[in-house]
Structures are given as structure tokens and as C-alpha cells.
Design a protein around this ligand. Structure first.
Ligand code: ZN
Length: 130
């Protein structure tokens, strides 16, 4: 190396320049590579999150469908209080049960007993036309 430097002194600057530019390119490349893989990793994480979310959503729906299938179409004789079996009044259902009604095609009615003030939900499957 020393000999090389002595003999070809003129090329030294070029040599250093080329080495520097090569190092610079290498750093730049590795930087963009790292950045790219970092971004790719982020995208991968987002994708897996999305996939996980989708899987979770579908399993949620499946679980609810199973749960729905377990409900007999006339599960509760709705107008009698579960506790004291006296007549109860229909009251307004909550927004949440309305959403559930819509998503799972159920009939959710809320009743409140006039005698013991006990309130309960009556859940029925919507009658399908088939
Ligand atoms: Zn009651």
C-alpha cells in the first residue's frame, strides 16, 4: 500500500475519492435499504394487524351465529316476568341491542315487570320466510 502510494502519488486523490464515494454509496445504499426494510416492516406489521382484525371479526361473527342458532325461535314467553310470572310491560330497548338486532337479525325486546320491577331481554330470531 505504502509503495503504491509512493509510486502513484497522483492517483492518490482519485483513489481516496473513489473509496470515499464507494463508502458514501455503500452507506447511502445501506441507509435506504435499512429505511426500506423498516418501512416494509411497518407495512408488514400493519398488514398483520389488519389480518388479525379481520380474523377476529369473522370469529366474532361465527361465535355470534352459533350463539344465535342456540336460541330457539320462541325462547321466552315474553310477556311473563321470569321471576314472579306476572305480566310485564315492554320498555324501550337500548341502542346496543338495536345494533345487535340489526347485525344478527334478531328481535330483541326489553320488558319490565310491573310487580317486582325486574327487567329482562327477550331475544328471538327473526322469522325467515323459508
Ligand atoms: Zn316480576
Amino acid at each position: 500500500m505504502g509503495l503504491f502510494l509512493l509510486i502513484e502519488d497522483f492517483d492518490l486523490k482519485l483513489f481516496i475519492q473513489s473509496i470515499l464515494s464507494k463508502i458514501y454509496l455503500l452507506l447511502k445504499n445501506s441507509y435506504t435499504f435499512l429505511l426500506g426494510s423498516f418501512n416494509g416492516g411497518l407495512k408488514l406489521i400493519k398488514l398483520s394487524n389488519l389480518l388479525g382484525f379481520i380474523i377476529l371479526f369473522f370469529s366474532f361473527i361465527l361465535v355470534f351465529r352459533r350463539w344465535k342458532n342456540r336460541i330457539p325461535s320462541n325462547s321466552i314467553s315474553s310477556k311473563e316476568c321470569i321471576k314472579c310470572e306476572s305480566l310485564s310491560n315492554r320498555v324501550k330497548t337500548s341502542f346496543k341491542s338495536k345494533v345487535l338486532e340489526f347485525i344478527f337479525k334478531l328481535k330483541i325486546r326489553k320488558y319490565q315487570c310491573g310487580k317486582c320491577n325486574f327487567s329482562y331481554l327477550s331475544v328471538k330470531k327473526k322469522q325467515s320466510k323459508s
